[in-house]
Design a protein around this ligand. Structure first.
Ligand code: GDP
Length: 355
């Protein structure tokens, strides 16, 4: 065995999915379940923030309390609109969210806007989305808006689960539009697709990222595409990009539920094209509901989260076994050495769990 693999093995337990309850420090003050439920239902932003901190925790008692809270705040709110927003860094996601959020708040009296983020890289890189609240300064100050940066130091799966739960809390708190922002760099889009009703992909003029996006299959997931920065000199280039994307989308053929993703031109900076985009989002919502797809998608997503959560809880149960650390490290070592197949090894873990 070389030094590298030794190092790896010695870190065995820490390398396991970050569900180890011992890894998260205990918080000092914890409001009661009743306080959290009442505060969330009253739409109190400070309590909502505390409730989200609770669902982000991986401490075993917190996880249990978070599940109770999600149950006690009430069922799903079918009047909410969950919208995923993706695109490469620099495309204008936060500028767009600020502009669209303000547009909604000024044009719709009852609108309540929440912005959540799925960005597992944020604990490591400085340029993370929502890392800097000043990027949505105006929206952040509005009394009917709630902006929440992603939970740091978690895996993508952990962040996505916490975002799903944060979204349900926001709905219980009366938010009508919940935007889930993600960086357009790979797996996080797939995770976001398990969270939202509509997926909006932002692109920009002539960068070729529209084709890159297509390679990664992001275009296939997008329900609506908007070319941002379509103003001034960039307008012509933006029109050309839109035509290219429409063309490429035709190659993908007709989509599920008979929806052809519209390609729009917007400028988040100049606040143009926002009303048209909003109307398109509404058209998508009506279409999706009329086709029965809206409910079906939410049902499928719930099943996905049921299975995810069951896996997570079972894993936590394993980790709690007093013999876990030693046995896991030993079994893992055998897999690395090739003396046990990965499948046999997982059976050995199961025997450990039952012992
Ligand atoms: P993000 O990384 O996707 O969140 O992108 P940002 O919202 O931080 O925007 C990146 C840069 O693009 C900033 O300098 C913005 O001012 C700029 N930007 C955003 N939207 C527009 C737009 O509609 N037009 C122009 N010209 N610049 C924009």
């Amino acid at each position: 065995m070389n030094e590298d693999s030794k190092l790896h093995i010695s870190k065995g337990v820490d390398n396991a999915p970050s569900l180890n309850p011992r890894l998260t420090p205990r918080r000092t003050h914890q409001p009661s379940l009743e306080e959290l439920t009442a505060g969330v239902q009253a739409g109190d932003h400070a309590v909502l923030a505390q409730a989200i901190t609770l669902v982000e925790s991986t401490v075993a008692e917190d996880v249990h309390m978070a599940h109770e809270l999600l149950q006690s705040v009430g069922g799903q709110n079918t009047n909410s609109y969950r919208i995923g927003v993706s695109g490469v860094p620099g495309v204008g996601k936060s500028t767009f969210l600020e502009a669209m959020g303000m547009h909604l708040l000024t044009t719709q009296e009852n609108a309540r806007i929440a912005v959540l983020a799925v960005d597992p890289s944020s604990s490591r890189s400085k340029g993370s989305i929502l890392g800097d609240k000043t990027r949505m300064a105006e929206l952040g100050r509005h009394k009917h808006a709630f902006i929440r940066p992603t939970a740091a130091g978690q895996t993508l799966g952990g962040v996505a689960r916490a975002t799903k739960q944060a979204m349900l809390l926001c709905e219980a708190a009366g938010f009508t539009h919940i935007f889930v922002e993600t960086v357009g760099v790979g797996q996080s889009e797939t995770a976001v697709a398990e969270l939202v009703d509509a997926f909006l992909f932002l692109s920009m003029p002539g960068t070729g990222d529209e084709l890159q996006g297509m390679k990664r299959g992001i275009m296939e997931m997008a329900d609506i595409i908007a070319i941002n920065k379509a103003e001034g000199e960039l307008r012509t280039l933006a029109e050309r990009s839109a035509a290219e994307i429409r063309n490429a989308l035709n190659w993908l053929g007709t989509r599920q539920m008979d929806w052809h993703p519209p390609v729009l031109l917007i400028s988040a900076l100049q606040k143009s094209g926002l009303q048209e985009l909003l109307e398109t989002l509404e058209r998508f919502r009506r279409h999706s509901k009329a086709q029965g797809w809206w409910d079906e998608k939410r049902r499928q997503q719930n099943l996905h989260w049921f299975e995810q959560s069951a896996r997570e809880l079972l894993w936590n149960e394993l980790v709690r076994n007093p013999n876990w650390s030693e046995a896991y490290t030993a079994i893992r070592y055998q897999v690395v050495e090739g003396t046990m197949s990965p499948f046999q090894a997982s059976e050995a873990l199961l025997r450990l769990a039952r012992s």
